[in-house]
Design a protein around this ligand. Structure first.
Ligand code: 2NL
Length: 344
């Protein structure tokens, strides 16, 4: 029986050493130490032993059980450790690999230009106001000295929703509404940025929808020199302190007199080049003294109150500032175009 036990131990230890699989190790344990295992089988024969032999064999059996148990435990530990090592190697993250780039968005170039212009005028005491894009014929045309059948309406043909409702052709109705709302104080100093619409065929310089920023300053004693001073400051802040402005006579139905403002060409410094078409000047905006009819219709006595107004297209301003040659670039949302101005 002694030999039997020694053989059993040797055999078991060998099997344990040879296996590399935790499940197999488990079945080895069952095969040797389990209720129906080999060791139990051998011990069943203990009854036939003499009184003297029994404790000797019992002790041996215990040491065999212990040896096998220890070997299994050690092997199990080793296998578990190896499995963990393998898992760690397999699932290792290489922290030295370059990360996936995060594509951060940013404000649209047009938004940035509008906000830059807003900031400049806020700095000169102007308030920013907005109004509806669907307007009444009255506020879009009548209140701005453009009565029905006025020929200047043709220039601003637009999208009508009904006979009386239309998509605004300029932001001027916001100003007409504000003048009416401020009838008590009769002091208005505002700019109004926003989308406007015209029935136009889209090309490199035309769009049926574009952006406008208009400004209005109405009070007692507002003069043409105030207009010139404000616009000169604006032009220098936006395009550079070394820019000159010039005013040329023009016509708008809602201003009298009306002017067109140019800035000296930055490319040639006024010498004349292809950008300014040889003139040395670049047209930036239209302006003028608010027409007496516009003041009266809003409830302001034109003998007491006066004002100036101006209007500009931020797309055009951005095109000049950044050398963009197609207005449609602002609306087609080509990320390759937009990205170029993220740090502008
Ligand atoms: C241009 C010219 C202009 C105005 C807009 C205006 C508004 C009121 C009264 C008088 Cl409520 N005028 N706006 C005046 C002159 C010119 O815009 O070329 N815009 C792109």
């Amino acid at each position: 029986m002694k030999e039997q036990l020694e053989l059993l131990e040797k055999e078991a230890i060998e099997k344990i050493e040879q296996t590399a699989d935790i499940k197999e190790l488990q079945s080895i344990k069952v095969a040797y130490l389990g209720k129906k295992g080999s060791l139990t089988g051998v011990l069943r024969g203990m009854g036939k032993l003499s009184k003297e032999e029994r404790p000797v064999i019992g002790e041996l059996a215990n040491s065999v059980r212990e040896a096998i148990t220890t070997a299994i435990e050690q092997k199990n530990e080793g296998l578990e450790h190896a499995a963990l090592e393998e898992k760690l190697t397999d699932e290792a993250i290489d922290v030295t690999l370059p990360g996936r780039p995060v594509h951060a968005g940013g404000p649209h170039l047009l938004t940035k230009i509008v906000e830059e212009i807003e900031d400049l005028f806020i700095g000169m005491g102007f308030e920013v106001r907005e109004g509806p894009e669907v307007e009444t014929d009255y506020f879009n045309f009548e209140a701005l000295n453009l009565p029905k059948d006025h020929p200047a309406r043709d220039m601003q043909d637009t999208f009508y929703l009904t006979n009386e409702l239309l998509l605004r052709t300029h932001t001027s109705p916001v100003q007409a509404r504000t003048m009416q709302a401020y009838e008590d104080s009769k002091s208005v100093k505002m700019i109004c940025p926003g989308k406007v619409y015209r029935r136009d065929t889209d090309d490199a310089t035309h769009s049926h929808q574009f952006t406008q920023i208009e400004g209005l300053y109405v009070d007692k004693h507002v003069k043409m020199s105030d207009l010139k001073g404000i616009l000169d400051t604006f032009a220098k802040k936006l395009f550079g302190e070394d820019r000159e402005i010039r005013l040329r006579p023009s016509f708008f139905p809602f201003t009298e007199p009306s002017v067109e403002m140019d800035i000296s060409c930055k490319v040639c410094n006024g010498e004349g080049c292809s950008v300014c078409k040889g003139t040395g000047w670049i047209e930036i905006l239209g302006a003028g003294m608010v027409h007496p009819n516009v003041l009266s219709m809003a409830g302001y006595d034109p003998k007491v109150y006066s004002g100036f107004a101006f209007g500009m297209g931020p797309e055009r301003i951005a095109m000049l500032k950044y050398g963009i040659n197609d207005i449609r670039q602002f609306y087609t949302n080509d990320i390759r175009f937009l990205k170029q101005f993220h740090n502008a």
